[in-house]
Design a protein around this ligand. Structure first.
Ligand SMILES: Cc1ncsc1CCOP(=O)(O)O
Ligand SMILES: C=C1C=NC(C(F)(F)F)=NC1=N
Length: 218
């Protein structure tokens, strides 16, 4: 059984490209100490680490996640995930087929898939996905080629059709709108900049949890 994240999930996503001039590992440790439930290493873009530098960075991220008993997920790079024996992999629609990733990772690893429609969600479920990510919910600067903000309607539709499937909202999510994403039925929120750029990461994660709790009470 894959040790999927506890809910509501505060799912932190980061790559070295998200923390220019700062220590990415310090930021990750602060997020883990602050109580994130899942971490995804998403090393993307022109100045992304590669080769030995990427492997060393990934090993350090995995070590920190292990110490805090938080699932360590790798974005896109199935080879890296496999080499590290990561807890799981997250793939997009343009990446490897979800069914192939599931076969490569085996039945006990976490498989996450990005989806933008009910059809894509159905395909992900049939491929053995443990959760799906839907977004961008709001505007974001953290992903270059992203679609236009879709709001939370897609999350609602997928939860109605697949109530047992964990759905993570992503894209422009901050404490002031996280409650709205939770109220739309999401099982958690995935965040890059609102955590990376926070003055106090611990305080920011507390704000996320308060916003979700408030969203639940409505
Ligand atoms: C990877 C990804 N996929 C859809 S939006 C996004 C980036 C989310 O980053 P932020 O939380 O900074 O908006
Ligand atoms: C593009 C993405 C969409 N969703 C997610 C997650 F939040 F993990 F589901 N991660 C991604 N990298």
């Amino acid at each position: 059984m894959s040790k999927l994240f506890s809910k509501p999930a505060i799912y932190f996503i980061m790559g070295s490209q998200n923390t220019p001039g700062r220590d990415a590992l310090e930021i990750l440790e602060a997020a883990l100490a602050g109580g994130i439930n899942c971490f995804q290493l998403r090393e993307k873009g022109a100045d992304a680490l590669t080769g030995e530098l990427l492997l060393d960075f990934a090993v350090e991220c995995q070590r920190l996640c292990c110490a805090y008993k938080v699932p360590f997920i790798v974005n896109d790079d199935v080879e890296l995930a496999y080499a590290l024996d990561a807890d799981g992999i997250h793939i997009g629609q343009e990446d490897m087929e979800a069914s192939t990733a599931r076969r490569l990772m085996g039945p006990d690893k976490i498989l996450g898939v990005s989806v933008h429609s009910l059809e894509e969600a159905e395909k992900a479920v049939l491929s053995g996905a443990d959760y799906v990510g839907m977004g961008p919910v709001f505007g974001t600067q953290s992903k270059a080629d992203t679609k236009s903000p879709a709001g939370t309607s897609g999350i609602l539709a997928v939860k109605n059709r697949y109530p047992g499937l964990p759905v993570i909202g992503i894209g422009g999510i901050a404490p002031d709108n996280a409650g709205q994403v939770w109220a739309a039925g999401a099982d958690g929120v995935a965040v890059i900049s609102a955590i990376v750029q926070a003055e106090s990461i611990a305080l920011q994660i507390r704000r996320f949890n308060e916003s979700i709790k408030a969203g639940a009470e409505k």
